[in-house]
Design a protein around this ligand. Structure first.
Ligand SMILES: [Zn+2]
Ligand SMILES: [Zn+2]
Length: 181
């Protein structure tokens, strides 16, 4: 484990959220899409389940995606602004089978505020641990997905959307065969 368990869970949710818009697709086109995304991520709490909520999550996604290519100062600016905008107040919580973890918003706060503070708290961990290099873009040529590298030896190069890692292996294999033939 590189970060605290709740930080890693939150970062995985952030990268999955960013990648719902990777490579020109829209994985959160409807409220139902958002429902299933949140269910998959185990993200509970109150919802308004309307278009405004969906739009606020789209907006948050854009801001978080920018952090993946931002330098440290810009990332700090985003994190601090997200925490300020949601009036974040960190509290340790235990619920739904999760052990102690930080919440920075009340359970009844708007979804995008709860998502943004969770993301911002996790990114604050990354930044102050000097680990921003773990936030990268996929190295596959035709892919613009975000990569979260939580491997001990920092070896993750390809995203988890589609088959980038597989495609890279196949391409390398074919190149070797062509060279041999
Ligand atoms: Zn929680
Ligand atoms: Zn990729």
């Amino acid at each position: 484990m590189v970060f605290a368990p709740d930080t890693e869970v939150a970062l995985r949710t952030v990268v999955n959220l960013i990648n719902t818009a990777a490579n020109g697709r829209e994985g959160l086109a409807s409220i139902a899409d958002l429902d299933s995304f949140l269910a998959t991520e185990g993200f509970s709490g109150s919802r308004s389940r309307d278009e405004a909520e969906l739009a606020s999550v789209h907006q948050l996604r854009v801001e978080l995606a920018a952090v993946w290519t931002a330098d440290e100062d810009a990332a700090v600016g985003t994190v601090n602004r997200l925490l300020r905008d949601a009036s974040a107040l960190p509290q340790l919580m235990k619920h739904d089978g999760w052990d102690w973890h930080l919440h920075a918003t009340a359970p009844g706060a708007p979804l995008a505020d709860r998502m943004s503070t969770e993301a911002a708290m996790a990114l604050a961990d990354v930044i102050r641990s000097k680990e921003m290099e773990r936030l990268r873009m996929c190295e596959s040529e035709d892919c613009d997905a975000a990569v979260l590298d939580l491997s001990r030896n920092r070896s993750k190069r390809y995203c988890d959307t589609g088959n980038c890692a597989n495609r890279a292996h196949v391409a390398a294999y074919r190149a070797r065969q062509a060279a041999a033939g």
